[in-house]
Write a protein that binds this ligand. Structure first.
Ligand SMILES: NC(=O)c1ccc[n+]([C@@H]2O[C@H](COP(=O)([O-])OP(=O)(O)OC[C@H]3O[C@@H](n4cnc5c(N)ncnc54)[C@H](OP(=O)(O)O)[C@@H]3O)[C@@H](O)[C@H]2O)c1
Length: 302
């Protein structure tokens, strides 16, 4: 595939999906970003989108217009939306009706973990793809490095790294820039067709280990602490309603009990290079070189 193709990008202005647009642009692919207002249109264009289309995942007719003349679709479900599954089903159906060939779904690690509603909401979308006749690729990213950007600000200001889970839990993590690269590879060739890929960086650092990295870079002590959920959510000024906060609390409860491990083999094999590491990401934050918008996303997720 090459510049002759057009890919429709859900969330072309979003803090994660927005990283897929430049990866596709780098490969000479035309991108059409779904946006819902002029501000998002501006952001999508600045991300490198060739064109924008005003459409809504809750409005199947708008998705029919959006998929006209499109060869591939990149889809991501908006974090914690109560109808996330239905929005995904709408996108899959519209792509199928529109004769789209490739569909890449940015899902989540452990999508079959039905204890977590935001994981389980990916299952119907994946199932629909299996029966869609399209060439699908399912991406299962681990906890995103970008979640740490908010904690970094607090560490710099207060010297405390506090989260509502034990300091020694092991968590698989991944940089969404690597996920975006995998999405672009999937959309521009056949190597990843019909695959489901767990995407994790190497090492499953505990918060204690990450705190040590931060402390070494900042040359000051960093206290790593467990904090109760409500206080943490208040402090972090999370922009979530009660239902969304309850979903997030469940994720932290799960991590507290089980951690969330994952396997790094697939990501390295797909990229043909080592994945970005937590250490590199923390160093970027320290140097102030990581994109500010990843550090200030309006709706931080897990
Ligand atoms: N955070 C993690 O550690 C992690 C790890 C693995 C997987 N995940 C998964 O990754 C996803 C991240 O979601 P996100 O919201 O943060 O991603 P995002 O990159 O912000 O993309 C979601 C995009 O969809 C847009 N959108 C929302 N409602 C829409 C609608 N009705 N019609 C069209 N577009 C709409 C959003 O626009 P607005 O910004 O205007 O709402 C946003 O641009 C979630 O599914 C989460 O489960 C997260």
């Amino acid at each position: 595939m090459d510049s002759e193709i057009t890919v429709l990008c859900v969330g072309g202005s979003g803090r994660y999906a927005g990283m897929v647009v430049p990866e596709l642009a780098k490969r000479g692919v035309r991108t059409r970003a779904i946006v819902r207002n002029e501000d998002e249109a501006k952001v999508a264009r600045s991300n490198g989108a060739t064109e924008v289309v005003f459409a809504d995942l809750r409005d199947p007719r708008s998705l029919d217009s959006a998929t006209k003349g499109v060869d591939g679709v990149f889809h991501i479900g908006p974090v914690f939306a109560s109808d996330e599954a239905q929005m995904g089903l709408n996108m899959v159906e519209a792509a199928r009706r529109g004769g789209v060939r490739k569909f890449v779904f940015s899902s989540v690690i452990q999508p079959t973990n039905t204890d977590l509603a935001n994981h389980a909401s990916k299952i119907p979308v994946e199932n629909a793809l299996f029966a869609s006749g399209m060439e699908y690729t399912l991406l299962h990213p681990a906890n995103l490095f970008q979640n740490f950007a908010g904690a970094w600000k607090a560490i710099v200001q207060t010297g405390v790294y506090a989260e509502p889970n034990p300091v020694d839990r092991r968590l698989a993590r991944v940089d969404y820039r690597d996920v975006a690269e995998v999405a672009a590879i999937a959309l521009t060739g056949d190597r990843l067709a019909y695959g489901s890929f767990e995407l994790c960086s190497e090492g499953m650092l505990t918060r204690l280990e990450i705190g040590k990295l931060a402390s070494d870079l900042l040359r000051k002590p960093v206290e790593v602490r467990e904090i109760e959920f409500a206080g943490w959510a208040r402090q972090a000024k999370l922009p979530y309603d009660a239902r969304e906060l309850a979903m997030l609390e469940k994720i932290h409860a799960h991590i507290s009990e089980h951690g969330m491990p994952g396997n790094s083999l697939t990501l390295r094999a797909i990229l043909g290079r080592p994945a970005r590491t937590v250490r590199q990401y923390v160093e970027e934050l320290w140097r102030g070189t990581t994109a500010e918008r990843t550090a200030s996303g309006s709706r931080p997720g897990v």
